[in-house]
Design a protein around this ligand. Structure first.
Ligand SMILES: [Fe+2]
Ligand SMILES: [Fe+2]
Length: 282
């Protein structure tokens, strides 16, 4: 069984802290994975309210280096360290580019005179990360027999990716469009088929699924969870992505967080909010 607990998601959930961000606890027979940490670390309090013990976490996985997935490290890592003890810290697994500075143009205003907002992981969180055991990998990494971190996602269909913002990777640190090469996902191999858990799907949900199939050798996809970032995608690309998902005949789809688009009657959709627990039996 895979138990997916929603520690944090964008929608208002009475009784729980909420914000724009994502954090899930993925509890299977093999591992207890904390997947993303939201913006403020409020996920730790939500976990407590749900009766979930973050001291059971065996790995932390970061889907990519955006603030709404990684800034929760500043509050989250010390909380996990207190529960686990400093000798038993669970490794954090991510692509090495999660630490890049990033910015996004939001328009000039009194609050933001230059118009740019920092959207990378903040300094406080990077400092906590610096004290933590990490495994950075561009290549796919099998975390357990049936759980794989998908690594850098090949761009089989580059027009289906969702790139946003800029990063200083140009000559002499000049800002250029952010490739978001660090955006990745997890795949669970189950007897029912693959269960894929994504953060924002900047690499494109179709590219992520193609990578999961290539890395695992399993073609059947049972379920898809996480953000699809359709809000910044061209209409034709959204349509093509939904058509692809329809062709998979997914049994369960929870498209949350930055998806912000009607999935046009895609079967298998389920609704979850912060505080909910969903079990996939197999
Ligand atoms: Fe996000
Ligand atoms: Fe993102």
């Amino acid at each position: 069984m895979l138990k997916i607990s929603v520690l944090l998601e964008d929608c208002d959930a009475p009784g729980f802290g909420y914000e724009h961000g994502l954090s899930l606890l993925l509890d299977s027979d093999e591992a207890v994975i904390l997947f993303d940490t939201g913006e403020s670390g409020v996920f730790t309090r939500n976990a407590e309210k749900m009766g979930l013990d973050l001291g059971r976490v065996t790995e932390i996985v970061l889907s990519h280096g955006h603030h709404d997935h990684g800034n929760g490290l500043a509050g989250g890592l010390p909380c996990i360290a207190r529960k686990k003890g400093m000798r038993d810290l669970p490794p954090l697994i991510a692509h090495p580019e999660i630490t890049l500075p990033r910015r996004f143009f939001v328009g000039v205003s009194a609050d933001c005179p230059e118009g740019w907002m920092d959207v990378g992981i903040n300094q406080l969180s990077l400092m906590e990360l610096g004290k933590w055991p990490t495994r950075y990998s561009r290549a796919p990494l099998w975390l357990r027999d049936k759980i794989v971190f998908l690594g850098e996602i090949p761009q089989k269909y580059p027009h289906l990716a969702v790139r946003v913002g800029e990063t200083p990777t140009g000559p002499d640190g000049a800002f250029e469009p952010d490739r978001l090469a660090d955006d990745t996902a997890l795949a669970y191999v189950t007897p029912k088929g693959l269960v894929i858990v994504a953060g924002c799907s900047h690499s494109g949900v179709v590219n992520i699924i193609e990578q999961a199939r290539a890395v695992t050798g399993v073609n059947k996809v049972h379920a898809l969870f996480g953000g699809l970032h359709f809000r910044d995608m061209a209409p034709a690309a959204i349509e093509q992505s939904i058509e692809y998902l329809r062709g998979l005949e997914l049994a369960e789809v929870w498209a949350a967080h930055c998806t912000e688009h009607d999935l046009a009657g895609l079967p298998g959709q389920i609704q979850l909010k912060t505080g909910k627990i969903h079990c996939i039996d197999y």
